[in-house]
Design a protein around this ligand. Structure first.
Ligand code: MG
Length: 391
């Protein structure tokens, strides 16, 4: 008989690489090119992206053979995650019970705190293992994960469409229209690839989609506080639902200034790893919509961020990034349990592919995500995913 609490025997890491036709965020813009390592630097936000989709999947196995699955962000330098798990995490957690998952998160975080590793790759590596341990724990209880996270508040999760990766504004508007025809009612466009101008893009989308559709913008940390205030005020007449990441993430005071001076909610949080990141921004009233990314936070910190948001009367709209669907499934389970959660981000080009890479129910139709069914995360890698494992 397999049991989850007989101790962790092994943690294996796998990099999954999937080619894509159009780069993430859309076609290359003026002055953008692919370098020798396969990376693009977007001029709008000076951020590096990969031409392929990539993430790191982990498999945690207990002494009796019970298995849990986790995943983290692996878009750039995924070998770093392998090294951190093999060299530090796996030997430290060997023999411990997955039922101690929250203690394990805290013990791992302690290991590197004084060296300044309070985010980035180190916390991503912890997140992958954390998700796998929660999966093991829920499977051992024969319960879907959301039941261990506080209960099932909703049977489906409302989805907002994120990104319209087409080269021209006319094509982006047409793509948005096709989603409205399929029952979606909320969109976020990416300012970093609004090559005709953010205000022009907003006006065109509002004109084409009508007054009832919710429109949001991701500003990708591009502006000074004063620039952000001026821009967001120009977007307000088009009924903007929220403005995401207007200023650099480390400028908490600048973000708070923007939040105080505009009439729409400010959203942020995709780069956070821990509740400590959330605390600084919530206490400063810099954000009123928090967007935790499960691939960075793991389940333990995702839930702590959500609970802190609730204590600050902020709303939660989880972020969605590039993965094979394992951390996406974890995010949906968490979303089912969080009280004030109007929408979960829907990265259609990423999420829709997950159903081919994983066994289990991953669907987003008519503006709603289904909740994965069955014990644990309710998803496991299938043969097609293994075809994309390169290391
Ligand atoms: Mg964003």
């Amino acid at each position: 008989m397999t049991t989850a609490d007989d101790g962790i025997a092994s943690i294996e890491t796998f990099t999954v690489t999937i080619p894509r036709e159009t780069p993430y965020l859309g076609a290359l813009g003026p002055g953008e090119s692919v370098n020798a390592a396969g990376y693009i630097v977007r001029r709008g936000n000076r951020t590096i992206y990969s031409t392929v989709d990539r993430s790191v999947v982990v498999r945690v196995t207990t002494k009796s053979g019970a298995v849990g699955w986790g995943e983290t962000y692996g878009l750039v330098a995924p070998a770093v995650i392998h090294a951190l798990i093999d060299d530090i995490i796996a030997p430290i957690v060997a023999g411990r019970s997955p039922f101690d998952v929250e203690m394990i998160w805290e013990d791992l975080y302690d290991l590197m705190r004084v060296r300044g590793y309070q985010g980035g790759f180190w916390l991503d590596a912890i997140a992958a293992v954390d998700i796998a341990l929660w999966d093991l724990k829920a499977r051992a209880c024969d319960r879907p994960l959301h039941q261990l996270l506080g209960g099932r508040r909703r049977d489906t999760i409302p989805a907002y469409v994120s990104g319209l990766p087409k080269p021209t504004l006319a094509e982006r508007v047409d793509l948005a229209r096709s989603f409205v025809d399929r029952g979606f009612d909320a969109f976020k466009f990416a300012g970093v690839v609004s090559f005709d101008g953010i205000e022009t893009e907003m006006a065109a989308l509002r004109e084409a989609l009508g007054a009832k559709i919710k429109l949001m913008v991701d500003l990708h940390w591009m502006f000074s506080p004063a620039e952000a205030v001026a821009l967001i005020r120009r977007l307000e007449p088009y009924d903007l639902s929220f403005a995401e990441a207007p200023c650099k993430p480390e400028d908490v005071a600048g973000l708070a200034e923007v939040a105080a001076r505009v009439g729409v909610p400010i959203a942020g949080g995709e780069e956070w790893r821990t509740v400590f990141d959330a605390r600084a921004r919530l206490e400063a009233r810099a954000v009123s919509i928090v967007q935790p990314e499960m691939g960075h936070t793991g389940i333990t910190q995702f839930m702590r961020i959500a609970h802190l948001a609730q204590a600050h009367h902020a709303r939660v709209m989880p972020h969605a990034t590039i993965g094979v669907g394992i951390f996406a499934a974890a995010s949906l389970h968490a979303a089912a349990a969080i009280r004030d959660l109007p929408y979960h981000e829907y990265q259609h080009s990423i999420f829709d592919r997950s159903a081919q890479l994983l066994d289990g129910r991953l669907e987003c139709t008519a503006g709603q995500f289904a909740l994965p069914e069955g014990p644990g995360l309710g998803v496991v890698p299938n043969a097609m995913l293994w075809d994309h494992v390169v290391s």
